[in-house]
Design a protein around this ligand. Structure first.
Ligand code: ATP
Ligand code: MG
Length: 445
């Protein structure tokens, strides 16, 4: 993409309404535009990151054996009357009437609808296990929408629902989600710690929230600092192997890590003092096992191997897809702007032409741009007739992890400069070597 032809409405001033750094940088980098409280348009740069995040979520869900589908944003109120939640949900639910005076709502979550789909089509244990998920917009009329996409009213969520014949299988589905989430967040460059949480209004037995540590987080968290060292890395996990999946979950949930809702002072005090941490965190996901709560209320059952009919065991599992942009920026930025992890960056690399209009630098920039494209890497090429300082400031603000700078002085020796946004370290090399390095970096993630 050439900056001269792109739509990148970067702001010079700090927007007054933004209280936290991620919101500020998303507005300044031209990623989002607020349309109403907690409701945003996703401008091209923001949409690219949102799409990257969705791609990672999809890949990891499919790897875990979960199946994508797509449910609508609008739902009939009657489904929610069956579960009893139509009245319970209160003012967070946006209620709408259509022209026939039928009561509808903009879905805040989809337990009822997925249970309805299940009961219409599945009757036998032979069709289980089954986990269906979608990535879809939700609406919750939050009392205090704030911090940009972090607490929106309309927001994008991945929500998945498992259906299993018995409790053990449902707990395996829970564990599978935990492992797939760990991998998902790691690929986004995040450390998200699973913390035992309170089951709240959805109700249920087992639930963990995934928290990214950040001073601006809304939750107070208590943990053993050793938990932040745990990494899944690229180890292969066989999602069908119950013992193996359970062992990974145990590894990640044995050390103390809880939110204020489930905090236990006595257990916390038992941690060696230097490892006892109290901090703040951003909830980027949550997994729930709730058994037969919805299947009993809505009549979703299966016939088992011995011929008896039982309500299906369920759980629901969510990832805050749009909130993740804010969480990633909170976790990865400096005073010049965003620093995207390679896994989610809107463009893999930026090209800065220091002397637009100079035949040699134009030609060298152009050929770099094309060489990268030939390798499947779309660079953001700043081909505007602007001062170098302004081009660098834009690149730093939008946070591409790598920048190639092309100028007459270097080119006289056949060299360009490759700069890491994170370390600030620059290295001179030939254009071919720069392309090879970028290909190598993105080939390995
Ligand atoms: P919170 O406690 O932050 O209000 P929640 O526990 O009500 O969230 P869940 O029902 O668990 O939310 O939804 C799954 C995920 O969706 C959350 O972990 C969070 O990342 C994201 N999410 C929830 N509410 C919002 C919101 N208003 N704006 C953006 N993302 C949200
Ligand atoms: Mg939650």
């Amino acid at each position: 993409m050439r900056v001269s032809r792109y739509f990148l409405p970067v702001l010079k001033e700090n927007p007054a309404e933004a209280q936290i750094v991620s919101h500020r940088y998303m507005l300044r980098a031209g990623m989002i535009k607020q349309q109403a409280a907690g409701i945003y348009s996703w401008l091209p740069l923001g949409l690219r990151v949102l799409n990257r995040i969705q791609a990672i979520v999809n890949e990891e869900q499919i790897r875990a054996g979960h199946i994508p589908l797509l449910m609508p944003t609008l739902q009939p109120a009657d489904l929610w009357r069956e579960s009893g939640r139509y009245d319970d949900y209160g003012q967070e639910m946006l209620r709408i009437k259509d022209r026939q005076d039928r009561e509808m709502l903009y879905g805040p979550t989809n337990e009822e609808m997925i249970t309805d789909i299940f009961r219409a089509h599945v009757t036998s244990y032979k069709d289980l296990p089954l986990t269906l998920y979608h990535i879809q917009w939700k609406f919750r009329d939050e009392m205090r929408p704030r911090f940009g996409v972090m607490r929106g009213r309309e927001f994008l969520m991945k929500d998945g629902y498992n259906f299993d014949v018995d409790r053990d299988s449902a707990l395996h589905a829970y564990n599978r989600h935990m492992v797939s989430y760990l991998r998902t967040y790691e690929r986004m460059g995040l450390t998200a710690i699973p913390m035992r949480a309170d089951s709240g209004p959805i109700g249920g037995d087992d639930t963990h929230e995934f928290l990214v540590l950040a001073a601006t987080g809304e939750s107070e968290v208590f943990f053993d600092s050793a938990v932040t060292e745990l990494k899944l890395g690229d180890r292969a996990v066989d999602y069908d192997n119950r013992a193996e999946v359970a062992a990974v979950c145990k590894e990640f949930t044995t050390l103390y890590a809880r939110t204020d809702e489930t905090h236990d002072a006595a257990l916390f005090e038992a941690i060696p003092e230097e490892r006892r941490k109290v901090a703040r965190g951003i909830e980027v996901g949550q997994i729930f096992y709730f058994g037969t709560k919805y299947s009993e209320a809505m009549g979703a059952s299966v016939v088992t191997a011995d011929g008896s009919k039982v309500p299906v065991e369920m759980g629901s599992h969510g990832i805050g897809v749009s909130r993740l942009l804010g969480a990633i920026i909170e976790a990865s930025h400096d005073d010049k702007g965003i620093i995207w992890p390679e896994g989610v960056t809107p463009f893999p690399v930026g090209i800065v032409n220091l002397k637009q209009g100079d035949a040699a630098t134009d030609a060298a920039s152009e050929s770099l741009y094309k060489a990268l494209a030939a390798k499947g890497l779309e660079a953001l090429y700043d081909d505007r007739d602007e001062r170098a300082g302004a081009k660098f400031a834009t690149m730093d603000l939008i946070g591409l992890p790598w920048r190639i700078t092309v100028g007459p002085r270097g080119l006289a020796n056949g060299l360009v400069e490759l700069t890491s946004r994170r370390s600030g370290v620059s290295e001179e090399m030939t254009p071919e070597a720069a392309v090879a390095r970028i290909v190598e970096i993105y080939g390995s993630i």
